[in-house]
Design a protein around this ligand. Structure first.
Ligand code: ATP
Ligand code: MN
Length: 443
């Protein structure tokens, strides 16, 4: 059969807007066949669009014979349906649509690579290999609707508090922080790198716009094959002038609280699809604060381990990691990390063995690293040298500290990790539309 043409048909509604108030009205919907049942004289089609689904009921004798014959659909066929809205309590939205005309705009092969009815969940790698199809599932729709809402809430929270949204370069000439591995790229005849974070640029911009944030991609060339590491990440970077890390921690916990409150108020439908409606609890403010050494002692006591000062509890084995997550399950801060494992731009504490730094954790998962920064140029140069870095390669950054750099502090938050938690996902790759890991460069 030939495919129908779009012609002058335009959607009058999205599925979510087809509510009982529209009973007896004629509407046009468009979308994909999530599921269908053929009971002989009666056919049901679950038509899905970007916001959900509605039931199309095709009954012999009620619709024209021609339409009844034409309605032979397969999974994920692309359809448009013109029809009348009727009340039907047991269908999604309490509504069914009795079609007067159907357009079949595109078809699919008989066998799709993954189950799209929602009855079974295919294995993750198979789903990722067929991501454009997989993303259409009701579950994934919920995940990415929640992501969109998170980003909207984060933006409005910060914009209401005198922040400016900035964008910093992703192609850089030399290593920003030292430490994390960078992806080298060819920049015409020269070598350049993909940025690992907005750190140095956002610091410079905090000396101009005072309060800045950026939502953007960063690249981490770590060959970590864990359920919490990606090679391309999406982060929220925040930097504030005339404050210390305490002010930043207060802002961050309010931001976290605000996002969760908003999701509970506005995205309960999506949380239900993910079975997270009772799991997404509003955390109490302020979040508990533990010093790094308290956490090390807790790990050693509870898990019978022998971690020493200067080790990163995030680098524990996955078993230890899981057990600690059971001890500390909510949001909390780990503060005053050893200066020896912090980057050069972090301010040392009064006792220089420690640093003015913090991580925000949810259970054992690190969501954020932040701290007070060094704003004195000489101190910064010394810090670079003591980390074994060459001040010459940081010259263009260092010189901006000559122009009246204010005291400042900030943090970087991994959006993909946070979304993984908020949606109760098992693997961070589920929280990214097209994830990049050491083993995955397509789709
Ligand atoms: P980890 O020790 O867990 O690998 P990190 O301390 O190296 O993380 P930061 O440089 O502090 O990471 O980056 C800020 C935030 O970005 C982290 O707290 C985390 O939420 C997120 N993040 C960092 N690296 C990754 C990654 N490879 N995959 C996913 N998220 C990441
Ligand atoms: Mn970190």
């Amino acid at each position: 059969m030939l495919l129908d043409k779009l012609g002058n048909w335009r959607k009058t509604h999205y599925t979510k807007d087809v509510t009982p108030e529209l009973v007896d009205n004629e509407i046009i919907l468009g979308g994909w066949v999530r599921n269908f049942r053929d009971l002989g004289g009666l056919k049901f089609i679950s038509l899905q669009d970007k916001y959900g689904e509605r039931q199309i009921t095709v009954k012999k004798g009620v619709v024209s014979d021609e339409l009844f014959e034409k309605t032979k659909v397969g999974y994920q066929y692309c359809l448009m349906v013109k029809g009348t809205v009727k009340k039907f309590n047991s269908a999604p939205g309490g509504i069914e649509i009795i079609p007067s005309e159907i357009k079949i705009l595109n078809k699919t092969p008989e066998k799709l690579p993954i189950d799209m009815t929602g009855e079974t969940i295919s294995e993750l790698d198979l789903r990722l290999n067929n991501r454009a199809l997989d993303l259409r599932s009701l579950r994934n729709q919920a995940v990415f609707e929640i992501r969109g809402e998170m980003l909207r809430t984060i933006r409005s929270f910060l914009l209401e508090r005198a922040f400016s949204e900035v964008s910093t370069p992703k192609i850089i000439g030399s290593a920003t922080e030292g430490g994390t591995e960078l992806f080298p790229i060819m920049f015409f005849e020269r070598e350049a790198f993909l940025t690992q974070s907005a750190q140095l640029y956002k610091e410079q911009l905090s000396g101009i716009y005072e309060r800045v944030f950026e939502l953007s991609d960063c690249f981490r060339a770590e060959k970590s094959r864990t359920k919490r590491h990606l090679c391309e990440i999406f982060t929220l970077d925040v930097e504030m002038a005339f404050v210390t890390m305490d002010d930043v921690m207060t802002l961050l916990e309010k931001l976290v609280h605000n996002v969760i409150k908003d999701l509970r108020e506005n995205k309960m439908g999506e949380l239900k699809i993910l079975k997270m409606e009772n799991m997404t609890e509003l955390p109490e403010l302020p979040f508990p604060r533990y010093r790094y050494e308290e956490i090390i002692n807790l790990i050693n006591d509870k898990l019978g381990l022998d971690l020493e000062f200067g080790e990163d509890p995030g680098k524990l084995t996955s078993e230890a990691y899981r057990k600690l997550g059971e001890e500390l399950s909510g949001y909390y801060y780990i503060t005053h990390w050893p200066m020896s494992i912090k980057p050069f731009y972090i301010m040392p504490s009064e006792d220089p063995k420690y640093s003015e730094s913090f991580d925000l954790q949810k259970g054992m998962l690190e969501l954020t690293s932040g701290g007070t920064r060094v704003h004195n140029k000489v101190q910064l140069e010394d810090a670079l040298e003591s980390k074994g870095l060459n001040p010459i390669s940081f010259e263009s950054h260092i010189k901006t500290f000559d122009y009246g750099m204010p005291p400042h502090a900030g943090f970087g938050l991994g959006i993909d990790r946070w979304l993984t938690i908020l949606c109760g996902l098992d693997d961070i790759r589920e929280a990214v539309m097209y994830p990049r890991t050491p083993d995955r460069l397509t789709p």
